[in-house]
Design a protein around this ligand. Structure first.
Ligand code: GLV
Ligand code: MN
Ligand code: MN
Length: 408
C-alpha cells in the first residue's frame, strides 16, 4: 500500500515543483513560475481524468466531475501554494487526495447524483501578499477587490501587477454570489498540523473548529546611524522596541493561553555596522476565543508603543487580517463522523489553531475538514510528514465522505 501512494503519478509529478533543493522545502508563492507549474499540474490532473476545468475570477482552480444534473456540487480540495520552505503536504495533500478519491469512486463504479469538484484555492498561506486565504476570501466576499488589488509583496509588486504577469485579469476579481447555491458542501482534507491524532492512534480525524486568529503589521521607524560612533543615549534604534514587542508577544501568549509569533521581520537597511532606520514586523496571534486574542494583541501593542516612546522611535500598527472563530457545520460534521464509522473508520473530532479555506467558506456554505495524522507534529517546515498508509487512509475517508454527500 505504501508504494501505491508515492508511485501515484500525481505525487510523482507534483513533488519536484517549487522545491528548493538546498532547503528541502517548497517555495510555491502565488503567481510565480512555481505557482504556474502547480497550476499546469492541476489542469493536467483534471484533463487526465476527463474533468471539466475552470479557473475562476479569483485565481482559484476547479475541476468538475459533472453528473449531468443541475444539482449543487460537492467540492473537495485545498491549496497548492506554500509558506517559505513549507512541507510537501500542507495544501497539496487535500488536492491530490481529492483527485485520488475520484479515481477510487470511479473504480468502484460510483455514479454521483450531484457534481463532484476538486478545487485549489489561490494564495491560501498569504506568503506573498500577507492576506491568508486570499482566493477563498475574495470568492466569499469577505475582502473588497479594490483593497486586494493594492496588496503588495515584499518587493512592492501589487496583486494586480502579479496577476497580470501571470496572465490573469485582476479587474475581474471579487465575490462569487452563486457560491452558496452552486455548492452544497466543501470538504477540505488537510494534514494535521499537530500530533493529536498520533496520540489517539487514529489515521484520520474530523475538524470541529478553528481558533480565531489574525495578522498585524508593526512598523517601527527610527534613525539610521553609525554603530561605532553613535553614543547609546543618542540613538533612535527601532530594533529595541521591536525586541520588547517580541518578548511581550511570548509573555502575553503565555498569560492568555494563546499563541503569538513574530517571524516575518525586515530590518532596514540591515547593515552589520549601522543602526537601522526601520523595522517592519508581522505578528501572528491565535487564541481559543476572541476575548483572549484581543487581550493578547492589546498587550503587545501597548508594550511596543511604550518601548518605542522610550527609545525615540515612532510606532504604527495595522491589522492585516482577521479570522473569527469558526465552528464547522455541526450537522455536516456529524454526518461525516457517522458515515466514516459505518465504513469502519474511527475519526476523532478535533479543533485546530491553523487557518484554512474551509474556515473562510464556512460563512457561505456548509464546510467540513478531514485531518490526516502527522506523526512529526510539525508543519510549515520540510519536516512535516504523513505516512503513505495514512495518506491512503485519507483518500479512503474522503471517498467515503464524497459517497455520502454526492451519492444517490
Ligand atoms: C495557515 O496555514 C495558517 O494557519 O496560517
Ligand atoms: Mn499552512
Ligand atoms: Mn493549508
Amino acid at each position: 500500500m505504501q508504494a501505491q501512494v508515492w508511485d501515484n503519478p500525481l505525487w510523482r509529478s507534483l513533488l519536484p515543483l517549487g522545491r528548493d533543493e538546498q532547503a528541502g522545502g517548497y517555495r510555491r508563492y502565488s503567481f510565480t513560475a512555481a505557482d504556474a507549474a502547480c497550476r499546469d499540474w492541476f489542469v493536467q490532473a483534471a484533463l487526465q481524468r476527463n474533468l471539466r476545468t475552470e479557473a475562476d475570477r479569483n485565481g482559484n482552480l476547479w475541476a468538475f466531475w459533472d453528473a449531468g444534473t443541475e444539482s449543487a456540487a460537492v467540492a473537495a480540495g485545498s491549496h497548492l501554494d506554500s509558506v517559505p520552505d513549507g512541507g510537501a503536504f500542507d495544501g497539496p495533500l487535500g488536492v491530490v487526495s481529492a483527485f485520488c478519491a475520484i479515481d477510487v469512486l470511479r473504480e468502484r463504479g460510483f455514479e454521483p447524483a450531484r457534481p463532484v469538484a476538486v478545487v485549489a484555492f489561490a494564495e491560501e498561506e498569504g506568503a506573498r501578499f500577507g492576506r491568508a486565504c486570499l482566493g477563498s476570501r475574495l470568492s466569499s466576499g469577505v475582502i473588497e477587490p479594490e483593497a486586494a488589488r493594492e496588496l503588495t509583496d515584499a518587493d512592492g509588486v501589487t496583486l494586480a501587477q502579479a496577476m497580470a504577469a501571470a496572465g490573469l485579469d485582476s479587474g475581474r476579481i471579487g465575490a462569487d454570489a452563486g457560491l452558496g447555491s452552486r455548492f452544497a458542501a466543501f470538504v477540505e482534507l488537510h494534514i494535521e498540523q499537530g500530533s493529536v491524532l498520533d496520540g489517539l492512534g487514529a489515521a484520520v480525524g474530523v475538524g470541529e473548529s478553528i481558533w480565531p486568529h489574525g495578522r498585524w503589521r508593526l512598523d517601527f521607524a527610527g534613525r539610521a546611524d553609525h554603530a561605532g560612533t553613535t553614543r547609546l543615549g543618542d540613538r533612535r534604534d527601532p530594533m529595541l522596541p521591536f525586541a520588547c514587542a517580541v518578548l511581550e508577544a511570548r509573555a502575553a501568549a503565555k498569560d492568555t493561553g494563546a499563541l503569538a509569533t513574530m517571524s516575518k521581520v525586515a530590518a532596514v537597511p540591515g547593515g552589520t555596522n549601522g543602526i537601522n532606520s526601520a523595522v517592519r514586523a508581522w505578528l501572528d496571534a491565535r487564541a481559543p476565543d476572541d476575548e483572549h486574542l484581543i487581550r493578547l494583541v492589546d498587550q503587545v501593542m501597548e508594550t511596543a508603543r511604550a518601548a518605542a516612546a522610550t527609545h525615540g522611535v515612532s510606532f504604527r500598527a495595522e491589522r492585516e487580517s482577521w479570522s473569527p472563530l469558526v465552528k464547522f457545520d455541526l450537522e455536516l460534521q456529524d454526518r461525516l463522523v457517522t458515515a466514516l464509522a459505518h465504513a469502519g473508520i474511527t475519526a476523532p473530532v478535533l479543533p485546530t489553531g491553523a487557518g484554512h479555506d474551509a474556515g473562510v467558506l464556512a460563512s457561505v456554505l456548509p464546510t467540513a475538514m478531514l485531518f490526516v495524522r502527522n506523526p512529526s507534529g510539525v508543519s510549515h517546515s520540510p519536516a512535516e510528514y504523513a505516512a503513505p498508509q495514512d495518506c491512503q487512509a485519507g483518500v479512503e475517508a474522503l471517498a467515503v465522505v464524497l459517497t455520502e454527500l454526492a451519492g444517490r
